[in-house]
Design a protein around this ligand. Structure first.
Ligand code: PEP
Ligand code: MG
Length: 907
């Protein structure tokens, strides 16, 4: 590491780095470098690399030996470009210290601005700017940020609720405003700000027991250490868990010359998106504030102004746009917007500051967007010729489709509903839930199984866990570029911000609006697509078929090679899945016909069969059950037509079906002609210590061949009858929970016998079908070459395979998984995301072995992983033929399969 470069300079039309260097420079640093090289006005500065962060954590929070000298040299370059010096009493240069991870983590880490202001530099800056008000305002902001970020948070001090130094200083600020009769921060006089800064310093000393540092260099390195520390702050860690960002990545830090949007009326600051991030509309969209610093816009303290005339909304139409207030600057910004979109060929999220009529770009990054916006932008940019088809397909994340297919509030219900407020449509779709007023309550209520809406005056990045736990978020303040809005959009979560007419009392846990009161637990409905808040519960409908979505999915289908089937066992689910693009059924769980409405009679007969005392009794019960089983299989085969349908033989341990209620038990005893004691005895016999590894799956068929016979007869007779009615159908018989070839031979003999009987009954030579097995036991994976000699297809049951591989009970994992995730012993739940290192190795081994003895072996997956994008990619990479998932996940799997083919092409 001795000759490693830790510091990269940018500014003055050149840069050491470029946009491809995100891993080293972080997203922000890499893009600042890129913008500088493109000749876009960027305040000069330098980036401390992510390697410095990893070094910092690996070496007890110290820096590489060469860092300071490198940073000094980089600072000298900044000084040269700016013509001022850091710490110079007559003409001081001020710096900002900001985090910048590889993958953007909006608002999750810390920032210190105005670094370099102290008793020796304040007079010089006042003399230079002639604006003492501005200087003292910058100074009090520095004290607030520094004491909060460096002296409290980074020092590991955990104050009581409401007693953080920042909150204490905020209260002092409020007092000054109240006393002086100031309407907003911007109105406070220079004298009051100067006094306030002195008061702040005394408070900091009193509360934290240390002086606020009066030395620019100490401030600079204090800020640097604190920003690195914020990589491991609570909210950054939570956010990384949710977003799956590895802890080892670390953050870079950008130290950059300050430019000021709060120098007077010729100064301003703003944030913008090159297109609308909520809808995707190709309009330059953003917010700005005159005479303010960047944090004022994102913190939602003042309602920001619209960027241009075209994108005004109900909340800001009375405010002046930048286009009208500063037309020349707006034109320059608009040209930069076009330059950035052409250069990056994607929607950018930008920050800018105007200092004394001069525009500076502070940031550009790929903008977060809703699923709807992602789809619309991808399709627009494709037709604009900005991107090609593959890129368009990659622009929508598979997870975002969930949101496109999410329910919306029924417009018919809305027409007659009680509209209580309007806000900004910050996150899409509809949400109905009980209101709660704190992030902690949201988490708690959600754990209790309640559906909650989180209501806040404004959300802070600290609220991230609560936002996650809620189905929707509602705030009274903040704009579309508010952190809450950004985060929700990233998640595709319903969110309304800036519903200003709501009087939200988080302490009293109630909302007042127009004389009405809504308390904790009351139900509201949010329309996040239009920003409407309704009292009570409104009905939801599925988002209507969007022609752009259909076209987009066509592109994805043209690209992918992996087929996508569904797990379904009713004609209704089968039809839904076909509408979502399913190409077959990969798992028809026979036992599901005994659950839910309409299943009473077959369930009773199944129970009779289970509780039979002899083979003849069992056969009699099976004969009664048979017509129901055949009827249900036939109905689903009929809907699926020529698409293959994998029907799995009965899997669960039989005792699961033993009735619990005395009434049902006595009915059953009567039907079997036995007394209650005998029934209890038989039920007791079925009880197992470890049913998941007990008498289930193929083992049932081995000990009770008549059960297998009945099911195979139902499948084959259903198929012949459909074909004799000139209907196509294609059944695949699947044996579950096998571990040995011999088990499959045993069942195959039964299948052959029944096949011959069915052929002779219907006078046909053959009933075309496939015979295959689930692979869900490690032994089956390891002996897959032998197993493939007997069967024509494998379907990986990765639910059981994960259970058997980890030795984690799939039904009891809730008791310990949260701790495993918190302690990062596991990065994710292995029942959701296939563990490539273990289960994946077994799967790959089984595929290799299976195809070694049967090259045309058909291979799929039907565990829950079949609809999870990362796992779908894995299935593609190991050469499966199809994945199978629940109907609503089918589009997600189709898109994930297309992404997998683009990223890992397979012929
Ligand atoms: C599996 O184990 O992955 C599977 C699909 O079967 P089940 O969930 O029904 O056990
Ligand atoms: Mg299973």
């Amino acid at each position: 590491m001795s000759d490693a470069k830790f510091v990269y300079s940018f500014g003055g039309g050149t840069a050491d780095g470029k946009s491809e260097m995100k891993n080293l420079l972080g997203g922000k640093g890499a893009n600042l470098a890129e913008m500088a090289s493109l000749g876009i006005p960027v305040p000069p500065g330098y980036t401390l690399t992510t390697e410095v962060c990893t070094y910092f954590y690996d070496h007890d929070r110290t820096y590489p030996a060469t860092l300071e000298a490198e940073a000094d040299a980089a600072m000298a370059k900044v000084e040269e470009i700016m013509g001022t010096k850091f710490g110079d009493p007559t003409d001081p240069l001020l710096m900002s210290v900001r985090s910048g991870a590889r993958s953007s983590m909006p608002g999750m880490m810390e920032t210190v601005l105005n670094v370099g202001l102290c008793s020796s530099t304040i007079p010089g800056l006042i003399a230079k700017t002639g604006n003492p008000r501005f200087v003292y305002d910058a100074y009090r902001r520095l004290i607030m940020m520094y004491s909060d970020v460096v002296m409290e948070k980074a020092a590991g001090i955990e104050p009581e609720e409401g007693q953080g130094i920042r909150q204490q200083l905020d209260r002092m600020l409020e007092e000054v405003k109240e006393k002086g009769g100031y309407a907003s921060d911007a109105d406070i006089s220079a004298e009051d700000l100067e006094k306030l800064a002195e008061g702040f310093k005394a408070k900091v000393k009193g509360v934290l027991g240390k002086d606020f540092p009066d030395d620019p260099r100490e401030q600079l390195w204090g800020g640097t250490g604190a920003v690195f520390c914020s990589w491991n702050g609570e909210r950054a860690v939570s956010y990384r868990r949710i977003e799956g960002i590895p802890d080892e990545w670390g953050t870079a830090i950008n130290v950059q010359a300050m430019v000021f949007g709060n120098m007077g009326d010729d100064s301003a600051t703003g944030v913008a998106f090159t297109r609308n991030p909520a809808t995707g509309e190709n309009k330059f969209y953003g917010e700005w504030l005159a005479n303010a610093q960047g944090e004022d816009v994102v913190a939602g303290i003042r309602t920001p102004n619209p960027l241009n005339e075209d994108t005004k909304n109900d909340q800001n139409e009375h405010l002046p746009s930048l286009q009208v207030a500063m037309p020349e600057i707006y034109e320059q910004l608009f040209a930069i917007r076009n330059q950035l979109e052409d250069h990056y060929t994607d929607m950018q999220d930008i920050e800018f500051t105007i200092q004394d009529g001069r525009l500076w770009m502070l940031q550009t990054r790929v903008g977060k967007r809703t699923g709807t916006a992602a789809l619309n932008m991808a399709m627009d940019m494709l037709s604009e010729g900005l991107i090609d088809k593959q890129t368009a397909v990659l622009r929508v994340k598979p997870e975002q489709l969930d949101e496109l297919l999410h329910p919306i509030v029924d417009p018919a219900a809305e027409a007659s509903a009680d509209l209580i407020a309007k806000g900004l449509p910050a996150g899409p779709g509809g949400a109905v839930g009980q209101i709660v007023f704190s992030a902690d309550d949201a988490v708690k209520w959600a754990k209790e199984g309640k559906t909650v809406l989180l209501v806040r005056e404004e959300t802070n990045p600290e609220d991230v866990e609560g936002m996650r736990a809620s189905v929707g978020i509602l705030t009274a303040r903040g704009g579309m570029t508010r952190h809450a809005a950004l985060v929700c959009r990233g998640w595709g979560k319903c969110c309304i911000v800036g519903a200003g007419t709501l009087d939200i009392d988080v302490i009293g846990k109630k909302i007042e609006v127009d004389g009405k009161v809504f308390s904790e637990g009351d139900v509201l409905t949010l329309n996040g697509t239009r920003g409407l808040v309704f009292a009570g519960e409104l009905s939801m409908i599925d988002a209507t078929e969007n022609p752009r979505f259909v076209d987009f999915m066509k592109f994805a289908d043209e690209i992918r090679v992996l087929k996508v089937r569904t797990n379904a066992e009713t004609p209704d689910d089968a039809r839904t899945a076909i509408d979502f693009g399913a190409e077959g059924i990969g798992l028809f769980r026979t036992e599901h016909m005994f659950y839910g409405t309409g299943s009473e009679e077959p369930l009773f007969l199944l129970r009779k069969m289970i509780m039979s005392g002899s083979e003849s009794e069992r056969r009699a019960a099976l004969d009664e059950l048979y017509p129901f089983v055949k009827r249900d299989m036939k109905a689903t085969l009929d809907v699926m037509g020529e698409r293959p349908v994998t029907i799995r033989l009965l899997d669960p341990p039989l005792h699961e079906f033993v009735p619990q209620s005395a009434d049902e038990r006595s009915k059953l005893a009567e039907a079997l002609g036995i007394d209650a004691a005998e029934l209890d005895r038989r039920a007791e016999e079925l009880h197992e210590m470890n049913p998941m590894m007990g008498h289930r799956g193929v083992r049932l068929g081995v000990t009770f061949p008549e059960i297998t016979e009945m099911q195979i007869r139902a499948i084959l007779e259903a198929a012949v009858e459909l074909r004799q009615d000139s209907k196509a159908c294609f059944p695949e018989i699947m044996v579950p929970v096998t571990g040995m070839k011999a088990e499959l031979e045993d069942q195959l003999a039964i299948a052959k016998k029944i096949h011959a009987e069915v052929c002779s009954k219907y006078g046909v030579d053959d009933v075309e079908h496939l015979y295959g097995t689930m692979i869900e036991i490690p032994r089956a994976c390891l002996t897959a070459d032998e197993i493939a000699e007997t069967v024509e297809f494998f379907s990986f049951g990765t639910n059981d395979l994960t259970q058997m591989t980890f030795g984690f009970s799939r039904d009891d994992i809730g008791g310990f998984l949260p701790d495993y995730l918190d302690k990062t012993i596991l990065p994710v739940d292995p029942f959701q995301v296939l563990d490539r290192d273990s289960v994946g190795v077994l799967v790959a081994t089984a595929i290799d072995k299976g195809r070694s003895t049967r090259p045309d072996l058909k291979i799929g997956i039907c565990g829950e992983h079949g609809g999870e994008p990362n796992s779908v990619e894995f299935c593609h990479m190991v050469g499966m033929d199809y994945v199978s998932c629940s109907p609503y996940r089918v589009p997600v799997a189709r898109l994930a399969a297309a992404h997998a083919q683009i990223n890992h092409p397979r012929t």
